[in-house]
Design a protein around this ligand. Structure first.
Ligand SMILES: [Zn+2]
Length: 480
């Protein structure tokens, strides 16, 4: 039976649609069923004078901090099983997707994918992520794993017809996309579908056109890897005489997509950027993943072009965790990273003169100022809240506002990882504060036990059972 709640806390993060609209103050949230029905600033005195109601559970969270749950806008939950698999780093030196992942993935059953995805779902929950945008084979198995773990999400069953392990299952995964889209049990729990063409070097012109038409027909967004590798870029230029983005424009995909999430975009050239529409397209940036298999994309150019872009973890295999906080911190760190590799630094190292020391400091300062726009705390947080939160018509998340899913996180500002919490927004964007999570609500229901969040989640029967099976299945895969 669903419970209705009135929550109050001295520090609730309310936000308007504007990026700088995040404000923290005493407020109450009304939650009915899966959704937030009211969110309003309120003094403690007014809260304490509110008459109790028999059918609404009133909870006073004191001076804890309440925020929207994070959104991990591009991941492959099942791929947690790849964590540590490429011990030598050999595959990362080449094309890890083709050389390693495709080989193992061709042996995965849907039962494997369900089992591994559940572990990945738990890792997201522990990091305060309430919604994932997943892209993988056996889409229904992924949706079931998300459902059973208690997450909300947008599942894109992977569609391929030119290359990759999913070629043989194209039609079943097409049907799976529609089955997830139409499933009322999933919809009630905030699980819905996206079309999931894998990438521009694994999907034919004909399939891209079919997906674009279906995006319009069913009002389902497209979620794809685009311009992620040098192999993909050169394939498009050599086989189609167009860059990946130019080809998508030529095929009508960019114009027809109900909405399109283009992930990675490392090989997006100047002209390509002009082909994208901020109202219809969102770029996906997964810095730790890109560090492993390529290098980070030019997000400053994206910001200057006023393209919306989100921050996500991609798979655990290439970034080793599902914590979106560290992705925000990485963006912040990109401000000055260029100084390390600048020729001015090498000149200083060789000469050791104070003049050259001042020169490299100048390079650092120039880079710091040039990148100011992407380092703003509210800007960073909007990459894991409001930007991904408005990509799907059927799933409103990322904001504590009426009509949105009741997906929220309660933080203990006195926890050492947040203390002294003078600027909570900056702490959330730049610290490792997920150990300070004391409670999490998804779809209006508490996940695990309040005030005992992480422990209760890892030690409940659901997780214990969820862990036995993937351990056995991984042993079998490793032997093969
Ligand atoms: Zn990916």
């Amino acid at each position: 039976m669903t419970q209705n709640f009135n929550l109050f806390a001295d520090r609730v993060l309310l936000n308007t649609e504007e990026l700088d609209g995040y404000q923290i103050g005493p407020a109450s949230l009304s939650i009915q069923g899966n959704h937030i029905t009211a969110a309003k600033p309120m003094t403690r005195e007014a809260w304490e004078n509110t008459a109790p109601s028999l059918d609404i559970t009133a909870i006073d969270l004191g001076d804890q901090l309440v925020t929207p749950a994070f959104i991990n806008g591009h991941t492959h939950l099942s791929m947690v099983m790849f964590r540590g698999l490429d011990n030598s780093g050999m595959a990362m030196a080449r094309n890890v997707v083709e050389d390693l992942y495709f080989k193992v993935e061709s042996q995965l059953s849907s039962e494997d994918i369900y089992a591994f995805s559940r572990v990945g779902a738990y890792e997201n929950l522990l990091h305060g992520v309430g919604t994932v945008w997943d892209h993988y084979y056996s889409g229904v198995a992924v949706a079931d794993a998300i459902y059973d773990a208690g997450l909300t999400g947008v599942v894109a069953p992977t569609l391929q017809d030119v290359g990759g392990p999913g070629v043989a299952s194209l039609e079943p995964q097409w049907r799976a996309t529609l089955a997830i889209h139409e499933n009322t049990k999933y919809e009630k729990h905030g699980i819905t579908a996206a079309w999931g063409p894998h990438a521009t070097d694994t999907v034919s012109d004909a399939l891209w056109k079919r997906i674009a038409a279906a995006s319009q027909e069913y009002d389902i967004p497209i979620h794809a890897h685009v311009a992620q590798s040098v192999e993909e870029y050169t394939f498009n230029m050599e086989q189609h005489q167009r860059s990946p983005v130019e080809r998508l424009q030529h095929l009508g995909v960019l114009a027809q997509a109900q909405h399109m999430l283009l992930v990675h975009g490392i090989y997006i050239n100047l002209e390509d950027l002009k082909r994208l529409d901020p109202k219809q397209h969102t770029l996906g940036f997964c810095p730790y993943s890109q560090l492993q298999y390529a290098f980070p994309a030019n997000i400053l150019a994206w910001a200057e072009a006023e393209m919306p872009w989100l921050l996500a973890t991609d798979c655990a295999a290439s970034n080793d965790s599902m914590n979106v906080q560290k992705e925000m911190r990485f963006v912040h760190g990109m401000r000055v990273a260029g100084a390390t590799w600048a020729s001015a630094y090498e000149t200083f190292r060789q000469s050791g003169t104070p003049a050259h020391a001042k020169n490299i400091q100048k390079v650092r300062t120039q880079s710091f100022h040039k990148t100011e726009a992407i380092a703003d705390t509210r800007f960073l947080l909007s990459r894991v809240w409001s930007v991904p939160g408005r990509m799907h018509n059927k799933l409103q998340v990322g904001s504590l506002a009426p009509g949105h899913r009741a997906n929220l996180v309660v933080w203990d500002p006195d926890h050492p990882s947040m203390w002294p919490c003078i600027d909570p927004l900056r702490t959330l964007a730049l610290a490792d504060s997920t150990p300070a999570i004391t409670g999490m609500m998804i779809n209006g229901a508490w996940i695990g036990e309040r005030d005992n969040f992480a422990h209760s989640l890892r030690h409940n029967d659901g997780y214990r059972k969820a862990l036995q099976e993937p351990n056995q299945r991984l042993q079998v895969l490793i032997k093969n």
